[in-house]
Ligand binder design. Structure first.
Ligand code: PXL
Length: 274
């Protein structure tokens, strides 16, 4: 069994970040260790306020302990983190890696053309440093534009824009790029997966609603499926299918998160036998 370490916050309520990664990576049959970067009472995407306990100081202490104990990870999945944590995380990704470990970076910081609350305009350049050493990065279109220091373009673009964006992200240093939120036709929404030589597109019917936390569901299933041996295009397609199923399972009045729990039986049927 492979062991993945996810580094992101614990939002105690909100169905996002670590509380999504732990169950979904586990449901993929992959051991999921967690290093919380911060503890929040609830996420910042729609609640009027939240508490925030910064755990940056813990990161080097935990790293030193793991090095003393000889604990190593086959893969890393990073998500929502803040600026002072980038260097400590880069160090953990280096010293706690098993040979051949995969570094999967979801540059969680923005959506819908805007940075999330709490991130300043300098943050994308810092996040780009984390992306530079990644085997896989999973930005949405807004995050991709910010990583490249460009204004986000969310509609009216064509394949040339996506190809140029993907090429720019490879130039940052990312080996593989999984771009989410790609749409060339109003009714279809999907992903562009690039290994630097070719781009593979995958689309699902666009759903009438969106939900908070879908990016975290996507990254968790993608990481789990990749470690179970699926290639990146198949892992991205499965992750997108699970996101769609989760949105469809979410009651209309459930505004702060997505009912990913309902999709765990489906996820189990879509993975290769152990
Ligand atoms: O789902 C991304 C995310 C993770 N963690 C926290 C957030 C958000 C998005 O708003 O606020 C704390």
């Amino acid at each position: 069994m492979k062991r993945l370490l996810t580094i992101q916050d614990i939002s105690c309520v909100g169905q996002c970040s670590a509380t999504v990664a732990l169950p979904l990576v586990s449901a993929c049959g992959v051991e999921c260790a967690v290093l919380p970067s911060a503890v929040l009472s609830n996420h910042t995407g729609g609640f009027p306020s939240w508490t925030f306990r910064d755990l940056t100081g813990e990161l080097p202490l935990v790293e030193a302990k793991w090095n003393e104990l000889g604990l190593r990870f086959d893969a890393f999945l990073t998500g929502y983190v803040c600026e002072p944590q980038i260097d400590p995380i880069l160090s953990i990704l280096s010293t706690c890696a098993a040979p051949g470990a995969l570094r999967i970076v979801d540059p969680v910081m923005a959506d819908g053309g805007r940075l999330y609350a709490g991130f300043g305009p300098d943050f994308p350049a810092k996040m780009a440093r984390l992306c530079a050493g990644a085997d896989y990065i999973l930005p949405n279109l807004t995050e991709a534009a910010f990583l490249l220091g460009r204004p986000p373009v969310l509609e009216g673009y064509g394949r040339a824009y996506i190809e140029d964006t993907v090429a720019g992200l490879h130039d940052l240093g990312a080996k593989n790029v999984v771009l989410t939120g790609v749409s060339f036709e109003p009714d279809l929404l999907g992903t562009a997966v690039s290994d630097g030589t070719a781009i593979r597109y995958d689309f699902n019917p666009r759903l009438a609603r969106t939900s908070h936390g879908t990016g975290d569901v996507f990254s968790s299933v993608f990481a789990g499926a990749l470690l179970r041996g699926l290639g990146a295009p198949a892992a991205a397609a499965l992750a997108a299918d699970i996101v769609c199923a989760a949105i469809q399972a979410t009651p209309p009045d459930h505004w702060y998160g997505v009912a990913f729990e309902q999709t765990i039986p489906l996820l189990a049927t879509r993975l290769p036998p152990a």
